[in-house]
Design a protein around this ligand. Structure first.
Ligand code: ADP
Length: 418
C-alpha cells in the first residue's frame, strides 16, 4: 500500500496536513524562543554593565576609561587573577544567582507555554481524527449488521477513498452477492410453496374422484356394469395422476440441472416422426391430420429422446385445440446459424389475454376445449428446449390457429446437414 493510496482517505489526509502544520510550527517556536532568550540575556548583561559603570563613576574613574573597559573583549591573565582573588569564579556558589533566577523566570514560562500548546494541539488533533475515524467505522459496522439481517435498504458511502474506501468497496461487493443470494433463496422458497400448492390442487380432484369410484364399487360389488364403468374411470384418473406426476418430476429434474442431455446429430425426419408416433392413431380417430415437411437431409444437434418429447407436446396441443378435419403441420428449415422446427395448427388459436401466460406452470387457457390438461405441456417443452440452448416462441391468431417455433443453434462445426 503506497503513501499516495493511504492519503486518498479524506480523514487521513486532513490529519497529515494537521501534522505537517505542527511540524512547521516547531522550528518557528524554537526560533521565537531563542529570540526571547537572546533579548532577556542582553537586558541582563546591560543591567550588569550599568551597575559596573555606576560603581566606577562613583570612584571617580574617567568616563572614557570606563567606556573602554566596557567595550573590551580580551580577557587577560591579570584580569582572571583579579576575579579569582575577589572570589568570582565559575566554582563560586551562588555567583550570578539572582540574575540567573530572573533569566529563568523570564524564559521558562514562555518555553513551557509553547511546549504545552503544541502538545495540546497534537493530542487534541489526534483525538479528533481518531473519533472521526471511529465514527465512520462504527457507522459501517452498523450497516454491515443490517446487511447480515437481510436489510439492504442503506448502502456504505461510495465516496470513501484510500484504504477505507477499498474496504467499503469489498464489503459492498460482498453485500451485493449476499443480496442476490437472499433474493434467489426467497424466490426459490416462493416457487416451492407455489408448486406444492399447485400439485396438491391438481391431485385433489382425481384423488377425490378415485375415492368416490372406490366407494361406488364397494357399495355395488355385484353390479358388473357399475364395477366395469367405475373401474374404467378409476383407471383414467390414475393415468391422469401418473402423467401429472411424471411431468412434474421431469420439470423439477430439469430445473435442478440433474438431467444430462446427450446431444447427437438427429436427422429431422426421424425426430419429427418420433415426436408424432404416439399421436397418429389419436389424430386418425378424431379425423385430424398430421403432416411432416422439410429438407430430408437436415439434421438437428440435440438429445433425440427429450427433444422428441418436447415436439410431441406441441403436436399434442395442436390436436387438443383443433376441431375434426383440422391439420397440424410439423415443418423444419435451416436459417443462418440455426435450425428451426415449427408446429402449426389451424385450430382455435390463443386468446391475447392468455398468450403471455401459456408457458407458466399449471396455466390453462380459459377458452381451451381440453378441460383435462394440467398446464404442464408447454413449460416442460420450454424447459427441455432451453436446457439445450434453444428457444421456443409462439404466434397465434384467435380463430385461425397457432404456430410454435423451436429454434436451436447449429451444432458443433455448423453440423446441420448430412
Ligand atoms: P395443457 O395443454 O395441459 O392445458 P399446456 O402447458 O400444454 O397445458 O398449454 C397451456 C395452455 O396453452 C393450454 O391450456 C391452452 O389454453 C394453450 N395452448 C397451448 N397450445 C395451444 C394451441 N396449439 N392452440 C391453442 N391454445 C393452445
Amino acid at each position: 500500500m503506497t503513501p499516495a493510496h493511504i492519503l486518498r482517505d479524506r480523514t487521513l489526509r486532513r490529519f497529515a496536513v494537521f501534522l505537517a502544520l505542527i511540524a512547521a510550527a516547531l522550528p518557528a517556536a524554537a526560533l521565537a524562543f531563542s529570540l526571547l532568550a537572546q533579548r532577556t540575556a542582553q537586558a541582563m548583561l546591560l543591567e550588569r554593565d550599568g551597575a559596573v559603570a555606576s560603581a566606577l563613576l562613583a570612584q571617580g574613574m574617567a568616563e572614557n576609561d570606563i567606556a573602554a573597559a566596557l567595550a573590551a573583549s580580551e580577557v587577560s591573565g591579570a584580569g582572571r587573577a583579579l576575579l579569582a582573588r575577589i572570589g568570582r569564579t565559575a566554582a563560586t556558589p551562588g555567583l550570578l544567582l539572582p540574575e540567573l533566577a530572573g533569566y529563568r523566570q523570564a524564559v521558562l514560562p514562555a518555553a513551557l507555554a509553547a511546549a504545552g500548546l503544541l502538545a495540546a494541539l497534537l493530542l487534541g488533533g489526534a483525538l479528533v481524527f481518531a473519533r472521526a475515524q471511529a465514527a465512520r467505522l462504527a457507522g459501517a459496522e452498523r450497516l454491515l449488521r443490517r446487511y447480515a439481517e437481510g436489510d439492504f435498504s442503506a448502502r456504505l458511502p461510495r465516496d470513501a477513498e484510500g484504504p477505507l474506501g477499498s474496504l467499503f468497496a469489498a464489503a459492498e461487493e460482498l453485500a451485493t452477492m449476499l443480496q442476490a443470494k437472499t433474493e434467489a433463496e426467497h424466490r426459490a422458497q416462493q416457487f416451492l410453496k407455489q408448486t406444492i400448492a399447485d400439485i396438491s390442487h391438481q391431485l385433489k380432484t382425481p384423488l377425490a374422484a378415485l375415492g368416490l369410484y372406490q366407494e361406488i364399487i364397494a357399495a355395488e360389488p355385484d353390479n358388473a356394469d357399475a364395477v366395469r364403468a367405475f373401474a374404467g374411470k378409476a383407471g383414467d384418473a390414475l393415468l391422469r395422476m401418473e402423467s401429472l406426476i411424471q411431468a412434474m418430476l421431469k420439470i423439477t429434474r430439469l430445473d435442478a440441472g440433474s438431467i444430462r442431455f446427450a446431444p447427437a446429430a438427429c436427422p429431422l425426419p426421424d425426430l419429427a416422426g418420433r415426436a408424432v408416433r404416439d399421436l397418429l392413431t389419436r389424430a386418425e380417430r378424431e379425423g385430424k391430420r398430421i403432416r411432416l415437411e422439410g429438407d430430408p437431409a437436415l439434421t438437428l444437434w440435440c438429445d433425440p429422446d427429450w427433444t422428441a418429447e418436447a415436439l410431441g407436446n406441441l403436436v399434442k396441443n395442436g390436436l387438443d385445440h383443433t376441431a375434426a378435419g383440422g391439420l397440424v403441420q410439423v415443418t423444419w428449415r435451416h436459417t443462418p446459424g440455426m435450425v428451426q422446427v415449427q408446429v402449426a395448427d389451424n385450430g382455435s388459436g390463443i386468446a391475447p389475454e392468455d398468450i403471455h401466460h401459456i408457458f407458466k406452470r399449471f396455466y390453462r387457457g380459459r377458452s381451451g376445449p381440453d378441460a383435462r390438461g394440467a398446464g404442464l405441456g408447454l413449460p416442460l417443452a420450454r424447459a427441455i428446449v432451453e436446457g439445450q440452448g434453444g428457444a421456443v416462441t409462439v404466434q397465434s391468431t384467435p380463430g385461425q390457429g397457432s404456430v410454435f417455433a423451436v429454434s436451436f443453434p447449429d451444432g458443433p462445426d455448423g453440423l446441420t446437414e448430412l
